[in-house]
Design a protein around this ligand. Structure first.
Ligand SMILES: *[C@@H]1O[C@H](CO)[C@@H](O)[C@H](O)[C@H]1NC(C)=O
Ligand SMILES: *[C@@H]1O[C@H](CO)[C@@H](O)[C@H](O)[C@H]1NC(C)=O
Ligand SMILES: *[C@@H]1O[C@H](CO)[C@@H](O)[C@H](O)[C@H]1NC(C)=O
Ligand SMILES: *[C@H]1O[C@H](CO)[C@@H](O)[C@H](O)[C@H]1NC(C)=O
Length: 551
């Protein structure tokens, strides 16, 4: 039955010299079948019809032996000639209705789509599944107009989920440069709920070409990919599932504070590495803050070092204060490395949205990486929402890096962070006089801190460093770890600002570093707590403020 077809590990063949080498395609496909591919598409754009038919026949024999369906790319005539299970049609190939008329109801017919428009047509013409892409540019496919990234695929899935019954039921496979390094992250990011209670339409599989056909051992490569498909990505398996609220608000806050104290102890006792990728002006200050909260700062902008550093169990801070093409390539490589190791990654999109270069850079890193925590001021978080594929109902443009006055009410801000965190499946912090932080399920408003923090350079950046240390040392509940870091940082600022020796922002800085150190030590040592100082509220009932729309 067609409904029972498993699209999860979808092999697309490639007979070109660059990928297949001098090996025999049928042998390679047999190895892939042994490794666990669940469906095979024979794609060969160059061989003549005679060779296509004879190869397809051999492939069909092998596939039948493993009870795996074989589809032919483009050529309905070849599928008919060999009597295989179906075809896959590109946008330039025969249309789905015509192929259906020729091959009949039982044939599996799939179509490549790269827009909602194409998806709607393919479904209305009776496609059984959609190959959605292109996700990333590949060597085999360089047509950049079709590169739609994570956001493009999420949009199509969302459309299918909210359209008619046939669209809801159609199977989907993502295509374009999927390999063992990005498979789990891609599947994770494509699963983007729009509300905590609704399970979104999932992608049913990933199409793989060179990561199997070009692999030295196609059987081992397929088996590895199959294993990855059926397990959580490292950054998820190291964290606990978000829990729901305690019914009673004071109990909930007490729980948050108790966790915050534990988290502070654990930063002190583990001295986590905070790997900071940036090249901004406030190096000395940032390093001192990291040391004062109990972390071990390291400044390394070369991605090549990331794999060694990721192995130490620290966290990465990607601070986009200054973006250069070289820097961007380094960021992307380092993010991928930490994602694979499961090390937390904090994104600090400084000044995002201010220029088109920054907007493009932000979209690029969000398309190729998972961020455990994204922090920024109101305007930066709005830029992140746009990069996440939302249409934001707001016309203001950020001019400078400084945050200016608030654009939205607390309720609206709570809505923005929770909606975005749900989509990105992470923690989002919007800083301001009242900070809003959410994992999509729980949202807290925190009103600690002092105005002096806004009068010194680097306070946003050093908060990012602090939060990264907290995430690295507390890999269970990421939201509570971040809340703890925020409280440490902002309460220390309050103590510092109220000291007699502090007369203004200048004398504030050294006092702040002292207080970060002293207060953290006190909490970690059990002689004091955040309680009595912390101003944390639960924001239950986050309403749909209608500010973020599916684009
Ligand atoms: C599909 O293709 C056939 C033959 O090329 C054409 O007659 C038919 O109109 C097309 N159907 C649609 C729905 O475009
Ligand atoms: C996997 O694909 C990504 C995206 O194209 C690429 O950057 C990366 O180098 C690939 N990894 C491997 C191991 O081939
Ligand atoms: C919530 O818990 C606190 C302390 O545990 C208690 O004093 C209070 O009465 C509770 N409130 C409600 C609404 O149950
Ligand atoms: C991280 O952040 C700042 C800039 O925001 C950078 O200059 C500094 O060197 C980094 N800090 C550490 C601890 O590496």
């Amino acid at each position: 039955m067609k409904d029972a077809i498993d699209y999860s590990l979808y092999l697309v063949t490639d007979s070109t010299e660059a990928i297949l080498g001098s090996r025999d395609l049928v042998d390679v496909v047999e190895q892939a079948l042994l490794g666990g591919v669940t469906i095979v598409q024979y794609r060969d754009k160059i061989s003549d019809t005679g060779l296509l038919i004879s190869t397809a026949k051999k492939l069909h024999e092998k596939c039948k032996a493993y009870n795996i369906p074989l589809l032919i790319n483009d050529r309905v005539d070849i599928a008919l000639a060999v009597g295989c299970e179906g075809v896959h049609l590109g946008q330039d190939d025969m249309n789905v209705s015509e192929a259906r008329r020729i091959l009949g109801q039982d044939a599996i017919i799939g179509a490549t789509v790269s827009s909602i428009f194409e998806a709607r047509i393919a479904v209305s013409r009776g496609a059984d599944y959609l190959g959605i892409g292109t996700l990333y540019a590949t060597n085999t496919k360089k047509n950049t107009k079709d590169i739609i990234g994570i956001n493009g695929i999420r949009k199509i899935l969302h459309f299918l989920d909210t359209a008619d019954d046939a669209s809801k039921k159609v199977k989907t496979v993502c295509i374009g440069s999927v390999n063992a390094s990005n498979l789990q992250r891609i599947i994770h990011q494509l699963h983007a709920p729009s509300s905590p209670s609704i399970t979104p339409k999932a992608i049913d599989g990933a199409a793989i070409v060179s990561a199997i056909i070009g692999a030295p051992d196609p059987k081992a490569a397929s088996a590895h990919l199959s294993k990855l498909l059926h397990s959580s990505p490292p950054f998820k398996s190291r964290s606990t599932a978000p829990h729901f609220w305690l019914e009673n608000n004071s109990d909930e806050i007490a729980h948050v504070l108790a966790q915050a104290e534990k988290a502070t102890q654990s930063v002190r006792s583990t001295t986590p590495l905070s790997h900071n990728m940036t090249n901004l002006v406030v190096q000395n200050f940032a390093a001192n803050v990291a040391l004062a909260v109990g972390a071990s700062p390291i400044m390394a902008n070369y991605a090549a070092e990331a794999s060694d550093l990721a192995a130490f169990g620290g966290a990465l801070v990607v601070n986009m204060g200054t973006v250069t093409p070289d820097g961007l390539a380094n960021y992307k490589q380092a993010i991928a490395t930490y994602n694979l190791a499961g090390g937390p990654v904090v994104l600090d999109p400084v000044g995002a949205g201010a220029t088109s270069v920054r907007r493009a850079a932000l979209s690029e890193v969000m398309d190729v990486g998972y961020f455990d925590l994204i922090k920024g001021n109101e305007r930066e978080i709005l830029a992140v929402a746009r990069a996440s594929g939302f249409a934001v109902d707001d016309t203001s443009q950020q001019r400078g890096v400084d945050s200016g006055t608030a654009l939205f009410s607390t309720k609206q801000r709570a809505y923005i962070v929770s909606r975005l965190a749900l989509r990105e499946r992470n923690v989002v912090l919007m800083t301001g006089a009242t900070d809003l932080i959410s994992d999509g399920i729980r949202t807290y408003a925190i009103s600690n801190g002092h105005a002096y923090l806004g009068m010194i350079t680097g306070s946003g950046c050093t908060l990012g460093t602090t939060l990264s240390a907290y995430l690295a040392a507390n890999q269970g509940d990421k939201l509570l770890a971040a809340v703890a870091g925020l409280l440490h940082y902002e309460i220390a600022a309050e103590y510092a600002a109220h000291r007699e020796d502090v007369k203004g922002p200048g004398t504030f800085v050294p006092a702040f570093i002292d207080e970060l150190y002293v207060r953290g030590l006190g909490v970690a040592g059990g002689t004091s707590g955040w309680e009595g100082r912390a101003r944390v509220e639960c924001v239950k009932d986050v309403g749909d403020e209608g500010l973020l729309k599916e684009d």
